[in-house]
Design a protein around this ligand. Structure first.
Ligand code: SAH
Length: 512
């Protein structure tokens, strides 16, 4: 290929859905993971950025306080230019790209420039927004059609293209997007055009996200209700008898952590489980990865320890990451799990045991509480069963930052302990999900710490803790580290596991 020839990449116009990352399509997620460049606007949930590969360029084209969004022609030019520089450009839009998203215009501009593109639909807030407040847009016996319209038209239009009469006269449910700034005027105009003022109406702000708020009123009283509740954009307005179903069908507001902003300080790789469980309980989760897993400083030592691992009586795993890194390296050298030999296995933490189980390996010794001291105690308790640890050869797989307890205590018991340092934890400097910014701007109700590392690294980031923010720790070691910084957790998980941590958070939230 001639070097001067411009690269012709492909542009994907993707709908991000109404806000909850779980409501994006699988195709959309797959493409986000491959994107070399992401062009996005304000309604796109920052949590989606966590799916991007490192080094993906991000271009924000939405409105920022005081600034207008990028003019459409400029936007179109930008996409064409991105296609000349990157193989895979994702243009991500809130909801569906073709529902008040100007996706059609961008598609036409790309076609004109000869740039290949693909459209990946998203769930429009027009449907998902009402649903998230317990309002189905159609319901048998109540209505047989729905109308979606915009409450805001492009600037500079002299004559209104909005068919208020037609909308007022239409049967069934009416859904308005972009209507908050002129809500009162639109409702008045609808009533003047014949819409009954007593028709039920609702406004749902930040629908399908944990920040969701909504009010139910009537067409005549909606603007006052919205003012009283302090609602604003982005919101979907729904008009029709279906609004009356909300008290019965709203499943979201009664979740135990509804409306709670909870900070998860874990590694980017590990945040998933805790975040998912909290989100399922209705929490507004801010993932704030403070640490990242990096290779150990001595990769050669690590590789040698893995090669020698079949010769030990015991393998001891301190963490799920240790298991993952160990077996990645193991299978780079050996093809068959049986090469590992007949070593007995010890693990700290149910998560660590679960990782081992993925390889069909069951743990022989695991303490109930996930701390090193308890593992030693468990070895002592089970000494009769195994004939004790004295003179046993043991390989301890752990991180560069682990405490020395396991090594020192087992040596005291005359075991021969070698170390396999499988990874290192380093501070996460990127704010990929935008959570750091949100925490600074909006505060949080609860912050969670799941290891001493997350405490230390969070402190390193020097983010001030919001005033009323409460602290939940996974266990005594993490709490002790918090104490070093003069902090005391409001609650500690009794079992030092993620499920136990979630239960503790629910208790704390309920305790008021
Ligand atoms: N393409 C988008 C709509 C873009 S227009 C879609 O299909 O949903 C922007 C408008 O969408 C906002 O003014 C608001 O009315 C609505 N909107 C988008 N996301 C929303 C959300 N999470 N909650 C409430 N309204 C939302």
């Amino acid at each position: 290929m001639c070097a001067a020839e411009p690269k012709k990449g492909k542009v994907y116009l993707i709908g991000a859905g109404p806000g909850d990352p779980g409501l994006m399509t699988l195709r959309g997620k797959e493409l986000l993971e491959q994107a070399d460049c992401l062009v996005y606007d304000a309604l796109v949930a920052p949590a989606l950025f966590a799916w991007l590969k490192p080094g993906c360029e991000r271009i924000f084209v939405g409105k920022r306080a005081g600034n207008h969004a990028m003019p459409q022609e400029e936007m179109n030019r930008l996409l064409v230019e991105c296609a000349s520089r990157y193989d895979c450009t994702v243009r991500l839009k809130g909801g569906d790209p073709y529902v008040f998203g100007r996706g059609g215009e961008e598609g036409m501009a790309l076609r004109e420039a000869g740039v290949p593109f693909e459209v990946v639909p998203g769930i429009s807030s027009a449907i998902a927004g009402p649903a998230a407040a317990g309002i189905p847009v159609t319901h048998r016996g109540i209505c047989t059609q729905f109308t979606v319209f915009t409450g805001h038209e492009g600037k500079g239009k002299t004559e209104s293209q909005l068919d208020i009469r037609g909308i007022a006269a239409a049967n069934g449910t009416k859904i308005m997007l972009m209507g908050m700034s002129s809500l009162r005027e639109t409702m008045t105009a609808l009533i003047e055009a014949g819409q009954a003022g007593s028709t039920p109406a609702a406004a749902v702000q930040w629908a399908a996200t944990a920040r969701q708020k909504y009010v139910c009123a009537t067409v005549a009283s909606l603007a006052d209700a919205v003012d009283a509740a302090g609602l604003g954009a982005p919101a979907v307005v729904v008009i029709g008898e279906v609004v009356n179903l909300s008290p019965v069908l709203d499943w979201r507001s009664s979740l135990p952590l509804a409306g709670k902003r909870i900070v998860v300080t874990r590694t980017r790789e590990q945040a998933g489980e805790l975040s998912h469980r909290l989100a399922a309980m209705g929490a507004d989760v801010m993932e704030l990865p403070t640490i990242r897993i990096a290779p150990p400083s001595d990769k050669r030592d690590f590789a040698e320890a893995v090669v020698d691992s079949p010769h030990y009586d015991w393998l001891i795993f301190s963490s799920p990451n240790g298991v993952k890194k160990f077996f990645q390296a193991f299978f780079a050298v050996y093809e068959d799990i049986r090469e590992l030999g007949g070593a007995r296995l010890a693990a700290i933490g149910a998560g660590t045991a679960a990782e081992l189980k993925k390889f069909g390996l069951m743990v022989d010794v695991m303490p109930k509480k996930a701390v090193a001291e308890e593992l030693i105690a468990e070895f002592d308790r089970k000494a009769d069963e195994f004939g004790g640890v004295a003179h046993c050869t043991m390989l301890w797989v752990h991180s560069e930052q682990s405490r020395r307890v396991i090594h020192d205590e087992l040596m005291k018991r005359h075991a021969i302990v070698d170390e396999c340092i499988a990874y290192s934890t380093v501070p996460e400097t990127e704010d990929l999900s935008g959570s750091r910014k949100r925490l600074l701007e909006e505060g949080a109700d609860i912050i969670t710490f799941t290891s001493s590392g997350t405490v230390r690294h969070f402190m390193d980031l020097q983010i001030p803790l919001p005033e009323s923010c409460r602290i939940v720790s996974i266990g005594p070691v993490t709490s002790a580290t918090l104490a070093e910084y003069g902090l005391k957790p409001d609650m500690e998980a009794p079992l030092h596991t993620i499920p136990s941590l979630v239960e503790t958070i629910i208790k704390l939230a309920a305790a008021k």
